[in-house]
Design a protein around this ligand. Structure first.
Ligand code: TYM
Length: 337
């Protein structure tokens, strides 16, 4: 029997995160942990989305420092520049270039329906800039430039991914097969972690209440304190039930970091109160994040290594996306350079 070809092409993954502060437990469980796992089976490309960050006012010196820190954090969370492409979005100009072309295949009405645009315009009423509005087109360009098959993200990015899919389909219909239509990849647990202080709201870096959000570089005492103060309800039984948003969120977190099912957690805390449970969640999260903190400390001491990885990654990213751009230029009808 003839030998079967073994050179099956790996599927490609793309995702990115903004460098607007230390990553949160929501970023980590909702997206970044999956980025790491996916490296085993896929061709992965991960970026720090600094172009996206300037849709909100940034102090240039802070943005520079935060971008380098975010890159170090990404590596500390397990992204391996030897296995995956890791880079800084602004160091690959093809993202911005493709974004312009795609914006001409995106409707004003579609962008107006983006809930994140509506939320952010409310929060930054003094700076509703055009970039904030066209942000999802840039995100579509990020993904489509690589012809990514899968995009590991949290639930809050689902609407943006849906738009990227629609843009790809529309472009393909008009100009012929050009882009892969990407699928989202969501964690089984924790696609939307909620604030520890108001469990009806998403856990977010920008929350004004310092206790609402766990950052992945928080030390153990801080993590324990935040979980001890987590808002729950007046019940006492640790159980996942409709309407018990605070406890449900804590159970989701505990399940995500320990791998235990809700039934197992309910059994473990049978007869114990919320207090014991909160301490256990805090301990489990702190232990889980400890290796990330250690690795971050190690990596951040070697700035040159980080800059070298970034440069190599950006060059690799550039080469892949230039091919896409050339194809797009031809399809659209631009003259050869
Ligand atoms: P960003 O930087 O806001 O968040 C990075 C990732 O973390 C996820 N996430 C959460 N998951 C669960 N619970 C939460 N509370 C939570 N908060 C954040 C987000 O869903 C995201 O996956 N626009 C993107 C960055 C981006 C991007 C891309 C992503 C730019 N280009 C292309 C994918 C593909 C953003 O602002 O994510």
């Amino acid at each position: 029997m003839a030998e079967q070809a073994t050179t099956e092409k790996k599927q490609r993954i793309f995702s990115a995160i903004q460098p607007t502060g230390v990553f949160t437990l929501g970023n980590y469980i909702g997206a970044i942990r999956n980025w790491d796992t996916l490296q085993k089976e896929y061709e992965c490309i991960y970026a720090i989305a600094d172009l996206h960050a300037i849709t909100v006012k940034q102090e240039p010196k802070d943005l520079r420092a935060n971008s380098l820190r975010a890159f170090a954090l990404m590596l500390a969370c397990g992204m391996d520049p030897k296995r995956s492409i890791t880079f800084m979005q602004s160091q690959n100009p093809n993202h911005a270039e493709l974004s312009w072309i795609l914006s001409c295949s995106t409707m004003f009405g579609e962008l107006s329906r983006m809930t994140q645009f509506k939320d952010k315009s409310q929060r930054h009423a003094d700076n509703i800039n055009a970039g904030l509005f066209t942000y999802p087109v840039l995100m579509a360009a990020d993904i489509l430039a690589y012809n990514a098959d899968l995009v590991p993200i949290g639930a809050d990015q689902k609407q943006h991914l849906e738009l990227a899919r629609n843009i790809a389909i529309r472009f393909n219909q008009r100009f012929g097969e050009t882009f892969t239509v990407p699928d989202g990849y969501f964690p089984k647990q924790g696609a939307r972690l909620m604030s520890l202080q108001d469990p009806t709201k998403k856990m977010s870096k920008s929350d004004e209440n310092a206790n609402a959000c766990v950052f992945i570089l928080d030390d153990k005492d801080t993590i324990l304190r935040k979980f001890k103060r987590a808002v729950t309800d007046s019940d006492t039984v640790v159980a996942y039930r409709e309407g018990k948003d605070g406890i449900n969120n804590l159970m989701t977190i505990y399940s995500a970091v320990t791998g235990k099912s809700y039934e197992e957690i309910e059994r473990e805390f049978d007869g114990k109160g919320y207090g014991d449970f909160k301490i256990a969640v805090g301990e489990a999260v702190a232990d889980h994040l400890e290796p990330v903190r250690t690795e971050y400390a190690r990596l951040s001491a070697d700035k040159q290594y980080l800059l070298d990885c970034m440069k190599t990654g950006s060059e690799q990213a550039y080469r892949i996306t230039r091919k896409t751009l050339s194809k797009v230029y031809r399809k659209v009808g631009f003259l050869d350079r």
